[in-house]
Design a binder for this molecule. Structure first.
Ligand SMILES: Cc1cc2nc3c(=O)[nH]c(=O)nc-3n(C[C@H](O)[C@H](O)[C@H](O)COP(=O)(O)OP(=O)(O)OC[C@H]3O[C@@H](n4cnc5c(N)ncnc54)[C@H](O)[C@@H]3O)c2cc1C
Length: 502
């Protein structure tokens, strides 16, 4: 089979919010842009297609008050105090090992935060609208706004804009390798087209916006270990993100960033066929593993701040499964059913031994766990499901810090929960232009990352910042790639569009 050749100023890999933000920005700046998208036209957009797109912002012109602080708190595990001292200086003076360190460095996070408001204003220029909404997570740690129509509205609006500006999207086309010149400049990508044919896309700049590796079982096992066998993407879009972009860049010498062994997790009902069938009722009962044990504090803080860690810990339990067990007192909670997005009803029984037998968890240990838990619950009427009410157990090895009420009133119910993977944390180190840095903090000429391919998160996910990461770094990458006289652009290769067969 012959090779098809295509030439543009900028080639973008992936048509989610990151890729489309990059493409539209570059097109507005006058570049010729090609977009490669592994999915078909009916299913493009990866995770972006399925997200409600909560944004960590006070309103559409201000990031939340804790935006940079939350990143700083989770910037790295056991961050070396020498690195902390170095980053208190001007960025230009940081040693290379600090510039390429895999943490969310303050230079990048400050730039990210300051670019959020103009990026939202830019999205509004396409008719998108943003505002507050009620959440199915009943306790919140920060302020959030949402686009009307969620992520789907953003990708539909941006792809229409990209096409109207002359951008060309190549669907069912998967990038697999770079074209790299002797100078080290990334000159384009090799891809596999719809019929399995080899395609070469030559360009002055290449923007990797192909998501994380949550759809690649081999990479998940490699980086997350055996727990990977228990987890699955939270929605169909995640299956398209197989990590080629990250793998290609690492092979080209890129510095890794973000915590490769971790991911943003959500508690899912494994029986459900719905996208994102989250179960957030567990703070109002207990979580038991299949051995009938509690294994963590079910309500250590707000649901929005703690569910990531809780859902990851479920992956480490036997069979990667836990059960949210609660009693009929849940009916005291107005609209409690909205905290569960599974279409499958909970398992139910008139008594606990019967319920545990149906759940196939060890009945005797589970009964002992509930009796001990009930005895440790406070005697108080101050239960408040919408605030951290401080109703904590006392004297248990594993405390429940809020919403602790005895589990005594039939019928008893339970939802099975597994750890869903929203996106992987491991990605690529970029500078404030979204240019990818190598292990020595040198810019890899012609190569950019945006969205999930950018490694930002360690420890706890700074909630509701991933869509912003896509839009902001996509826009930064697109604008920079369009502005730079890349060597390939300047090489005199004609900017002919369309297929040339060799
Ligand atoms: C159900 C759900 C709820 C979420 N809720 C929130 C939220 O409230 N707030 C928030 O901030 N984030 C949320 N997220 C996460 C957020 O939506 C994503 O992290 C973000 O949209 C990712 O954007 P992206 O452009 O980087 O990647 P994606 O949107 O995943 O796009 C990647 C694209 O690249 C394509 N691709 C992959 N590999 C290749 C290849 N080799 N060649 C060509 N194309 C390729 C894929 O097909 C896909 O179209 C949620 C995600 C989901 C699924």
């Amino acid at each position: 089979m012959s090779t098809s050749n295509f030439r543009s100023d900028v080639v973008v890999i992936g048509c989610g919010i990151a890729g489309l933000s990059a493409a539209v920005s570059a097109l507005q700046a006058g570049s010729v842009v090609h977009l490669l998208e592994r999915a078909g036209e009916d299913d493009y957009g990866g995770n972006s297609r399925w997200t409600g797109a909560a944004l960590r912002m006070n309103n559409d012109s201000e990031v939340s008050d804790d935006f940079e602080e939350f990143f700083a708190r989770n910037a790295s595990l056991n961050l070396d105090p020498n690195i902390v001292a170095e980053v208190s200086r001007e960025y230009a003076g940081w040693p290379d090992y600090v510039k390429s360190h895999p943490f969310a460095d303050p230079e990048l996070i400050a730039h990210f935060a300051s670019n959020v408001p103009p990026t939202i204003q830019w999205l509004k220029s396409f008719g998108l609208r943003f505002g507050p909404q009620s959440s199915y997570k009943f306790t919140q740690d920060t302020k959030r706004i949402y686009p009307d129509g969620g992520g789907l509205a953003i990708i539909e609006r941006l792809s229409a804009e990209a096409k109207s500006l002359g951008g060309k999207i190549f669907y069912r086309t998967t990038a697999t390798n770079f074209l790299r010149g002797n100078s080290g400049h990334i000159e384009g990508v090799v891809a596999v087209g719809p019929a399995g044919e080899r395609c070469e896309f030559t360009a002055g700049g290449v923007i990797l916006a192909s998501g994380g590796f949550q759809g690649n079982s081999e990479m998940l096992t490699h980086y997350l270990g055996p727990r990977a066998r228990h987890i699955r993407p939270v929605a169909r879009g995640g299956y398209y993100n197989k990590g080629e972009g990250i793998r290609m860049a690492l092979a080209a010498g890129a510095a890794p960033a973000g915590e490769f062994g971790s991911y943003h997790a959500e508690p899912l009902d494994p029986r459900s066929r719905q996208p994102d069938p989250v179960v957030f009722v567990y703070p109002y009962g207990v979580l038991l593993n299949t051995k009938g044990e509690r294994f963590l504090d079910e309500a250590p803080g707000s649901v929005s701040a703690s569910s990531d860690y809780i859902a990851r810990t479920i992956a480490d339990q036997m069979d990667g499964t836990a059960f949210a067990v609660f009693d009929a007192q849940v009916e005291d909670i107005p609209r409690w059913r909205t905290s569960v997005r599974s279409e499958i009803p909970p398992m139910q029984a008139e008594n606990l031994p019967e319920l545990f037998a149906r759940l196939q968890i060890a009945v005797k240990p589970a009964m002992a766990t509930i009796e001990t838990f009930n005895a440790a619950c406070p005697n108080s009427a101050a239960f408040n499901p919408f605030q951290l009410d401080g109703l904590a157990t006392s004297g248990l090895m594993i405390t429940k810090s809020n919403h602790a009420r005895q589990i005594v009133k039939p019928p008893f119910r339970a939802y099975p929960i597994i750890s869903g993977i929203c996106f992987t944390f491991g990605g690529l180190k970029v500078n404030t232009n979204a240019q990818i840095l190598d292990q020595d903090a040198k810019i890899i000429s012609g190569l950019y990352a945006a969205g999930e391919t950018v490694g930002l998160y360690q420890r706890a996910y700074t909630g509701s910042t991933s869509v912003l990461r896509s839009a902001v770094f996509g826009r930064l990458a697109g604008l920079h790639a369009a502005s730079v006289p890349h060597s390939a652009k300047a090489s005199g290769v004609p900017k002919s569009l369309g297929a040339v067969t060799s």
